[in-house]
Write a protein that binds this ligand. Structure first.
Ligand code: XMP
Length: 326
């Protein structure tokens, strides 16, 4: 990451026209920097890496090699969207690595949250490095660094992005968004033709569902979590909350309670709904979800998701509760 600052006279990118101007300037600069060499990018499908990918595809086409590592902890449909948008629609050079088995095997029996994060982070780097080693003649590494990342790493806020890559000494960095704020990245992403759902995606932690499948991750509970989370997202989209609430998701603890289904005892896990609003993720308040929406979500999750027999709503603000449960 380079540590210079945003030029004081740099205009805030707020309109499609300003985004087009930024894109045109970047295309010239990127082509001049990269020439006919190859660039590698870890493409998570998050807003920043997606916008960098779209920009570089426009600038240097197939000289960009995108690597999408599916760690098995993505939300429902996420890796599929990356493949659809970048490989099918944008005709990008995309390497898709399904590393699900590898991650879940490493995580088996590991209950401690910090250990889980460390395993996910180091395994991610290992998988990416292996893909890098299979390529020849890579000269550049692209990264979706944005301006708040630079400000945070300069000491404003402790950063815990374990999904991040280590400092690169081997390659020259390409960081076209490094002076942009998040809202500007979104305006640029839309101007580049990325889908609205990708550009306005809520934040998603690097370790993904790994920090929401609480305690030692099991495949059946992870599956239940992914399905319940998809229902929550669908219902939030249906009632307009998806665009309003800053972050919302399901966490599934590793204990069961007693329930009854079809006249029989039915032990299942609880699904915990978290829906918070914040500006900087340092503090957060709770979204007041209308009761009819909550009831619908409870009905759907308990009837459609195998293994879940209760749904509870976490009303705890940050502080004292962090946004994630782990
Ligand atoms: P907490 O749980 O600390 O989360 O209140 C604050 C924000 O950071 C996100 N988060 C992460 N993001 N890698 C990330 O990229 C991580 O390891 C990580 N842990 C938490 C969290 O989702 C929330 O938006």
């Amino acid at each position: 990451m380079s540590y210079n600052s945003r030029p004081s006279n740099m205009e805030r990118i707020t309109t499609p026209e300003l985004a087009e101007k930024f894109i045109a300037e970047q295309l010239d600069e990127l082509r001049a920097q990269i020439g006919d060499k190859k660039v590698l990018l870890a493409l998570s499908g998050g807003v920043d890496s997606s916008v960098v990918a779209a920009l570089l595809i426009k600038a240097v086409g197939k000289q960009l090699i995108c690597v999408h590592v599916n760690h098995g902890l993505m939300r429902k449909g996420e890796s599929e969207q990356v493949i659809e948008v970048f490989r099918n629609q944008m005709d990008a050079n995309l390497i898709y690595v399904d590393a699900t088995e590898r991650f879940l095997t490493k995580l088996e029996g590991v209950a401690d949250p910090e250990s889980k994060r460390k395993i996910i982070g180091s395994e991610f780097i290992a998988v990416f490095d292996e893909e890098k080693a299979k390529q020849s003649d890579i000269k550049f590494l692209a990264q979706g660094t944005i301006y708040p990342d630079i400000l945070e790493s300069a000491g404003v806020k402790a950063h815990h992005n374990v999904g991040g890559l280590p400092e690169e000494l081997e390659f020259e960095l390409v960081e076209p968004l490094k002076f942009l704020y998040k809202d500007e990245v979104r305006v640029v992403g839309l101007a580049l033709g990325l889908p609205h759902s990708m550009v306005f995606r809520q934040p998603f932690p690097g370790p993904g569902l790994g920090v929401r499948c609480l305690g030692a991750i099991t495949r059946d509970r992870l599956h239940a979590l992914r399905e319940a989370d998809a229902i929550l997202r669908e219902e939030f989209a249906n009632c307009g909350l998806a665009e309003k609430v800053w972050q919302y998701f399901i966490a599934v603890p590793d204990f069961k309670s007693v329930g009854v289904k079809d006249g029989k005892r039915y032990e299942g896990w609880p699904a915990v709904i978290r829906a918070v609003n914040t500006t900087d993720a340092m503090t957060a308040t709770i979204e007041e979800i209308p009761y009819p929406v909550l009831h619908k979500i409870v009905d759907r999750i308990t009837s459609e998701v195998d293994g879940i027999n209760r749904v509870v709503f976490d009303l705890t603000p940050k502080p004292i509760g962090t946004i994630e449960w782990e």
